[in-house]
Design a protein around this ligand. Sequence first.
Ligand SMILES: [Zn+2]
Length: 89
Amino acid sequence: MAGGWARDGAVEEQIEASINDELKRMQARRGPTGESRTHCAECDEEIPERRREAIPGVKLCVDCQQGRDARPQARGGVNRRGSKDSQLR
Ligand SMILES: [Zn+2]
């Protein structure tokens, strides 16, 4: 039974160690992106405090973020059509 106790303790220590590792990793990951901007990086619009709290490391205001999310898709469509046209000619 004594051996069983020692084993349990060792497992607990291992779990604690892995949790500490995970916490360290999370903190390291947060480091570079954790800085929220008070003003939008693109249009200099003030970013509401609520948005900054909701999205750690936020860099853009709502309008600019939505514009960024939409742009790559629209561009891809235009490029495909353009290359098709040039092939037909
Ligand atoms: Zn903006």
